[in-house]
Design a protein around this ligand. Structure first.
Ligand code: NAD
Length: 512
């Protein structure tokens, strides 16, 4: 059964989509798809209310974040239930990835936004300092469209929304059609926190609604999703001449050096590859391990994987694949790998004991770089392990990819780890840890190569929802403009002498 399927509607009726749980395949509800007209109407409302919202001092806007935080803490079980119903993830993952992270985001921006968005006085260089004063103010962009994916459906809708709101924008959020109810929770939360009406609106729907939002005259799109859709969003934003951030897919490499603590590395590989059933943008999708320790490392990984419990209810570690298309991709990659001679150490099939969309945690060896499983984003519970002769080969393999989102390096020599990190073409690198970058608001998060454009979170992210406006004041009250004309050869000669002193002498360069 499809997890998202069109509902038969009479001509002239709104399009509707029916949703089912990927874990139980039971129907969980349906949504109405917002049309281009709905999107246009929402933009109109947002435009009306944004000036008042953006005109509030930052501290007043952050009060709503603190109120939302209180409510989220109180009602977390209710929110977790919604996420579980439409994703089939383990409860601990809904709690940690979605709710814990959202609480941290709300508190971080409530606490730090006033400092990050405060007007700044900039010290000018050289003679300019004597002539002018420069200040920079951070003004909201206006109306921001947030388009989010299904894999972490609450936090990936919530975190950009919090930042865009705190920065003073009105937000139109378009959550994934695979997990619309978790996206809707964001609006419910802020409505309960008393956010002025219209400042945040959720537009449910599929790609058509997302495409309409990109064309609707908003001032920025914050997109998280696949490379293919990211390209379409980039084209639409280019046509509209609006900025966008694109947080796209990845094929994160893990490098295990010969001197790594193999117990820690094996546990890190298992957590990195199987958290969220592998449907994690920064999940570990391929391992390059030094040949001298490859056998021992692989044995430790398989030992840990064999203890993972897959299930639907109660306590379990591995959940469902969130929708059939992803399961198909996983199976296509596995079929290709099998054809090319992969060895399946564990898993490698749908779970025959569970009725929903479940794929067993899978560990592979004897992989080669021509396999799709090593080149394309699998986004499932599959961990391919490849032996390499040394760290140089590991870096070369890690960089042999169109993706560049995250990577991890495991070594007992942190200095060497840092040096390796700087050679890996990746948005971020974590040493002796799975990729945790998105959870650290201070870390600019974004991908290289096909993994995206721009960075989000923290100072970079919050200011990215603003226009940094320089305001320049002449120290002489404009009097000097009277000397602008007439131009003269004599005045030019004086200027040229001055230039020689300024940039033709060591003292001049130091002063300027
Ligand atoms: P997707 O690209 O299919 O959909 C993402 C969103 O875009 C959905 O809301 C969808 O309805 C909307 N959309 C579809 N067509 C559109 C169009 N033409 N214009 C505008 N919006 C449109 O991605 P997905 O399958 O939901 O998410 C999984 C992907 O997201 C994976 O590749 C994963 O790696 C990536 N991801 C990246 C990050 C990151 O931060 N880099 C985080 C999570 C997920």
């Amino acid at each position: 059964m499809a997890i998202v399927s069109p509902v038969q509607t009479a001509p002239g009726e709104r399009r509707r989509l029916a949703l089912a749980s990927p874990a139980t395949l039971e129907r969980i509800g349906e949504i109405e798809v917002s049309s281009a007209e709905d999107v246009a109407a929402a933009v109109e409302v947002a435009r009306k209310v944004q000036p008042d919202w953006g005109g509030l001092p930052v501290d007043e806007r952050t009060r709503y974040m603190l109120r939302a935080l209180e409510i989220l803490l109180e009602r977390q079980d209710e929110f977790i239930d919604v996420v579980l119903r439409e994703t089939g993830k383990p409860r601990s993952e809904a709690l940690m990835m979605e709710i814990f992270s959202a609480c941290d985001s709300l508190n971080y921006y409530a606490k730090n936004a006033a400092r990050i968005l405060a007007s700044e006085k900039k010290r000018l260089h050289g003679m300019m300092r004597l002539l002018k004063q420069l200040g920079v103010v951070y003004r909201p962009l206006g109306v921001v469209g947030v388009i989010s994916p299904w894999n972490a459906p609450f936090i990936l809708a919530m975190n950009p929304t919090v930042q865009a709101l705190v920065a003073g924008n009105a937000v139109l959020l378009k959550p994934s059609e695979v997990t619309p109810f978790s996206g809707q929770l964001v609006a419910e939360l802020f409505a309960a926190a008393g956010l002025p009406e219209g400042v945040l609106q959720v537009l449910l729907g599929d790609g058509e609604t997302g495409a309409a939002l990109c064309q609707a005259g908003v001032d920025k799109i914050a997109f998280t999703g696949s490379v293919d859709t990211g390209r379409k969003v980039a084209v639409a934003c280019a046509q509209q001449l609006i900025p966008c951030t694109l947080e796209l897919g990845g094929k994160d490499a893990m490098i295990v050096c010969a001197d790594a603590n193999l117990d820690h590395a094996a546990s890190g590989a298992v957590a990195g590859a199987f958290m969220n059933t592998g449907q994690y943008c920064c999940g570990t999708e391929r391992v390059y391990v030094a040949e001298s320790v490859a056998q021992e490392f692989t044995r430790k990984v398989v030992e840990r994987v064999s203890k993972l419990r897959q299930g639907v209810e109660g306590e379990f570690d591995i959940g469902a694949i969130f929708w059939p298309r992803q399961l198909e991709i996983i199976e296509e990659h596995m079929a290709d790998a099998r054809e090319r001679g992969v060895v399946v150490l564990t898993g490698g099939r749908r779970n025959p004991d569970l009725a929903g969309l479940f794929y067993e945690p899978t560990v592979l060896t004897d992989v080669t770089h021509d396999m799709r499983i090593m080149r394309e984003e699998t986004f499932g519970p599959v961990l391919p392990i490849m032996g390499v002769k040394d760290e140089d080969e590991a870096v070369a393999m890690a960089n042999d990819s169109v993706y560049g989102l995250g990577a991890t390096v495991w070594t007992s020599d942190v200095g060497k780890g840092r040096r390796l990190a700087q050679r890996i073409q990746s948005g971020s690198v974590c040493l002796n840890d799975m990729t945790v970058t998105y959870a650290l608001q201070e870390a600019p998060f974004g991908g290289l190569k096909h993994s995206g454009i721009g960075q989000v979170n923290g100072v970079t992210g919050l200011r990215g929802y603003c226009h940094a406006e320089p305001i320049i004041v002449d120290r002489f009250g404009g009097r000097r403009t009277a000397d602008h004309y007439p131009y003269s050869i004599k005045a030019d000669a004086t200027r040229q002498k001055l230039m020689k002193i300024l940039w033709g002498t060591a003292l001049g360069r130091w002063l300027s």
